[in-house]
Design a protein around this ligand. Structure first.
Ligand code: HEM
Length: 223
């Protein structure tokens, strides 16, 4: 591996944790407010985030650019790597393969999801107040509901399993015992994160979010 690709891989790995891992947790908590407190609580969370100072630059440098680099370079790594190298014990081989598969699924999901949510806000088709209603329509569409379940499971697995690999590659969990304990912890994190996202997805199906929808949603444009 030459010096450039070593550096690119390290940057790719670090961006997966800071800021993207932090964003995933923040996003999970924001969405969970829909389950905990209904439309009002969700609207308050979205308003709070969008009123942060310099929100555009926070999104640009904290989400979009890191996502672009991590996603595109990640696709390149996934394309280059031999899916089953035989370098690790059986379980880790599977985790290695699933990390790449979940990365590709997450990438496709995020591109679609961004189009459906953030881009529609930017285009002026949907206001921040209408996002709960938009998610209500998405969650009640059978096709999108299944797509979101797959996307959420892929993203949370990719994050948790990626954290396991990050701790190994940055020399934090070195011995087999530390790596085994770490794998239990991160699989626990995976289950908790996936369940919290899925609970919010289920909450958006509720009729109380229908009231938050408006004719201005122009849902037909998004399908
Ligand atoms: C239950 C599942 C999910 C729901 C209901 C949901 C909902 C939303 C909503 C409403 C927005 C627009 C926020 C705004 O403009 O203020 C958004 C943006 C976004 N979502 Fe999700 N999301 C879900 C899962 C995910 C997952 C698993 C990822 C993967 C990392 C993800 C990545 C993003 C990104 C990158 C943005 C753009 C953020 C920004 O530019 O500020 N979402 N989501």
């Amino acid at each position: 591996m030459n010096g450039n690709s070593y550096l690119a891989r390290k940057i790719h790995s670090l961006l997966g944790v800071i800021p993207l891992g932090l964003f995933l947790i923040e996003h999970m908590i924001t969405n969970f407010s829909a389950y905990e407190g209904g439309p009002e609580a969700f609207k308050d969370s979205v308003t709070f985030l969008n009123e942060l100072p310099l929100v555009f630059f926070l999104e640009l440098f904290g989400i979009w650019l890191p996502l672009l680099f991590h996603g595109v370079y990640g696709l390149y790594v996934a394309y280059q790597s031999n899916l089953n190298t035989g370098r690790f014990q059986y379980g880790r081989n599977w985790a290695f393969t699933l990390q790449r598969i979940s990365g590709v699924i997450t990438f496709i999901f995020i591109v679609w999801h961004l189009w459906q949510t953030r881009v529609q806000v930017a285009l002026g088709n949907v206001s921040h107040e209408e996002l709960g209603g938009l998610m209500h329509d998405v969650a009640n569409n059978a096709f999108f509901f299944v797509m979101y379940i797959i996307g959420v499971i892929a993203a949370t697995f990719h994050f948790s399993n990626g954290m396991w690999a990050f701790l190994v590659s940055w020399g934090i969990t070195i011995g087999p015992r530390a790596q085994r304990i770490s794998s239990y912890i991160w699989m626990g994190v995976f289950v908790i994160c996936a369940v919290m996202f899925l609970m919010s997805l289920a909450a958006f199906r509720g009729d109380e979010f229908k009231d938050a929808a408006s004719a201005a949603l122009a849902w037909a444009n998004l399908v």
